[in-house]
Design a protein around this ligand. Sequence first.
Ligand code: ATP
Ligand code: MG
Length: 457
Amino acid sequence: MKIIIPGDVLWILRKLNEAGHEAYVVGGCVRDSLLGRTPNDWDITTSAEPMEVKALFRRTIDTGLQHGTVTVMNHGTGYEVTTYRVDGDYSDHRRPESVIFSKNLADDLMRRDFTINAMAYHPEQGLVDLYDGMKDMEEHVIRTVGEPDARFDEDALRILRAVRFAAQLGFSIEAATRAAIRNHVDDLAHVSVERIETELTKLICSPHPEEMEELYDLGITARILPEFDRMMETPQNTPYHYTDVGHHTIAVMQHVSPTKVMRYAALLHDVGKPVCRATDAAGVDHFKKHPIVGEPIAREILKRLKLDNKTIENACRLVLWHDFGLKGDLTEAGFRRGMSKMGIEHFPEYLEIRKADTAGQSDYRQAEKQEVLDHVIRMYEKTLEEKAPLVIRDLAAGGQDLKTLGVPAGPVMGQVLQHLLDFVLTEPARNTKEQLLRETENFLKQLARQEEGNSGE
Ligand code: ATP
Ligand code: MG
């Protein structure tokens, strides 16, 4: 068993060894290397205490001295070097009250969450695997180090980490570990939203977003995302669907690319459906307006989970627009009006979610759905080709031109520009300065007449 360690990391290990300290690469990087995956980062565990580590390297950052972590900078990359440690008592289900530094690697491996994360490696001494991590890795199993109940009791975040690793690696959670998770789901209330979001996002962006179902089965979403449980419990008795909202959602997640925006948008695109469900006399379900109803719900969820604003904006836009053009009766002007509001630069993401949404539905009328989609794509291409004006700054006449016609700055100017935009959205060929100025004159007359009418009442 040989792991290829980057030169910079080898150099850190050697320097620690030469000073008489033990040092190993440990955790995620060992696991990922053995699985043939590229490690995210290389972590080092050592018998040296933080001050000893700092003394050995020229550039270091005090990342978490009280927990034993010093970041060593080498060629612009940071490597976390952490002293062997034993975690003290956990009284709040999330953080040890104190940590005690140790001189034994075994102590340090014992505090780690899962067997596959508890292996250390040294280029000369080889693999240190005290908890059969290698065996669990070969059997594709997530298993806690030590007694599962005690480990989840210490830190409830491990509950989410277990499912996250299952989703990233395509592994399953070992039975006793799974049973212990069920016993401790309520303790998730003690875990900070930031830590929950980190794990949930990794799970959602993994190759197996269908592990959302595992989160539901284990009672985890009930604690952190109860809206998902409502989706799992909302049937869709319509010929267009073969499954409930939750399972359809999972299918859509599987069909979009693994980015935060696309995966969260897919997760929440139908979040309005449980509220909007109406069953007609024939027993068929309808979900009218669910994108409009769902958008603010999605926004609230993403804010609650403390996602960054950019992700929230982009995902919510897709929730709101995901059914645009669905009916197939969209005219070119209607398409341009939609793009004017949505922003045509977001069309590729919209298309991706539309395609995934269709792929996650029943075979009923699939050919028709494809035709509708092709029609929308053709309109998109045409709109781009003819450089159709879609927003106020595309207008051939601007504020200065309108001022010379006597349009005062302020709300009237806004009203005129909006009117002109509407005028060219109907017919892009109207976007010439001459036509816009003429239309402005018409519109001003119309406004004046309205004004007269109002004052005459
Ligand atoms: P990733 O690929 O996401 O970086 P990772 O396994 O490296 O995965 P990290 O969160 O970077 O995960 O943690 C590094 C190591 O620290 C883990 O492999 C594990 O040994 C240990 N660890 C991290 N979080 C916990 C925890 N909550 N409880 C116990 N051990 C943990
Ligand atoms: Mg890591």
